[in-house]
Design a protein around this ligand. Structure first.
Ligand code: KIV
Ligand code: NA
Length: 276
């Protein structure tokens, strides 16, 4: 069944948990889509896990469009959400709408996600008015790493908690269809989740969120630079890939690969003529 922003809103009403994962290319998008995932986020985490940057700040709108196109081609049923990268929605409402529009028109995403609450509310309203569904993202917002001074759990003081609740409510009022809660104590996520009628999608935000999202490379054990506490590793593909590569190398060195079944044949008569 095709998932839409309406599906997401209905899920909360029906008390059904939403499943999301990131993907950055066609093959992975196709696998997770066929697996039945509700939503695929083309996260700007691609800067770290697929492009090898230290953080997400260097990712450009063109990077995002390039990868969103690939993911959209592989996703038949999942809702495809594309991240707006750093500085693509900070300068003006016009520029924000133009960039969000490119992720939809060129990237074929169904929705965009951007980080922040009241700070970016005018941009959220502008994009929503342009008929582009927006997903919010509050708590640990990685594009603010230089302001936070590192990747740290958010929502630990009364002031921070109140700010998170107010941001969530303002985002809902501005028309977002869902909100990502990142690295927030679970009891705080519970309060936020109960204060809005749109679904909350947690990452490091505990069990009370309306859905969960993980970075695909983290959950499959393919990114070992840094693994946060909140990641559950469902597979260790790094180990499996290592083993496969070792066997491949060994087979090449010993001549065990390729075998006849991997090779193409030619009519012996033609070879005879060639040798004359
Ligand atoms: O970029 C990303 O992968 C994200 C998720 C972690 C929510 O924003
Ligand atoms: Na992101």
């Amino acid at each position: 069944m095709k998932k839409t922003v309406a599906t997401f809103k209905e899920a909360k009403i029906n008390n059904e948990k939403l499943s999301m994962v990131t993907a950055y290319d066609y093959s992975m998008a196709k696998i997770v889509d066929e697996g039945g995932i509700d939503g695929i986020l083309v996260g700007d985490s691609l800067g770290m896990v697929t492009l090898g940057y230290e953080n997400t700040l260097a990712v450009t709108i063109d990077d995002m469009i390039h990868h969103t196109k690939a993911v959209s081609r592989g996703a038949n049923n999942a809702l495809v959400v594309a991240d707006m990268p750093f500085l693509s929605y900070h300068i003006s409402i016009e520029e924000s709408i133009r960039n969000a529009g490119r992720l939809i028109k060129e990237g074929n995403a169904h929705a965009v996600k951007l980080e922040g609450g009241r700070d970016v509310i005018d941009k959220v309203e502008g994009i929503v008015k342009a008929q582009i569904p927006v997903m919010g993202h509050i708590g640990l917002t990685p594009q603010s790493i230089n302001m936070f001074g590192g990747f740290k759990v958010q929502g630990k003081t009364i002031e921070q908690i109140q700010n998170l609740i107010d941001d969530a409510k303002c985002l809902e009022e501005a028309g977002v269809f869902a909100i990502v809660l990142e690295c927030i104590p679970e009891k705080v996520s519970k309060i936020i989740t109960e204060s809005v009628s749109i679904p909350t999608i947690g990452i490091g935000a505990g069990k009370y969120c309306d859905g969960q999202i993980l970075v695909i490379n983290d959950m499959l054990g393919m990114y070992s630079d840094f693994t946060p506490k909140f990641v559950k590793q469902y597979k260790n593909l790094k180990e499996d890939i290592n083993e496969a590569i070792n066997n491949y190398i060994k087979d090449i060195k010993t001549g065990a690969f390729p075998e006849e079944k991997h090779s193409f044949n030619i009519d012996e008569q033609i070879l005879d003529k060639l040798n004359k």
